[in-house]
Design a protein around this ligand. Structure first.
Ligand SMILES: [Zn+2]
Length: 80
């Protein structure tokens, strides 16, 4: 991909301004909420960065905790 194409793609990509958990007015991310957790983790089982997920700082921390709990209970893999 050349430089010009990359910049146009970057301009076209729109990020939502609000964090998804703030939108749903969820205080703490639930470790049983696998649908949301899987969206925020890549195929390798790693949590996406704040920039990629669009989470606010509070909910990123909450998601981190929930993901670790889900891993411990074998709901999600540690790695793939
Ligand atoms: Zn938030």
């Amino acid at each position: 991909m050349n430089y010009e194409k990359r910049t146009t793609l970057k301009r076209l990509t729109r990020y939502s301004k609000k964090c998804r958990f703030c939108k749903m007015s969820i205080k703490e991310v639930d470790y049983k909420d696998l649908a949301n957790l899987q969206k925020l983790a890549g195929s390798q089982g790693r949590l996406f960065s704040r920039k990629r997920s669009g989470n606010c700082a509070t909910h990123q921390r909450s998601t981190k905790r929930a993901l670790k709990r889900a891993r411990f209970l074998a709901l999600l893999p540690f790695s793939d």
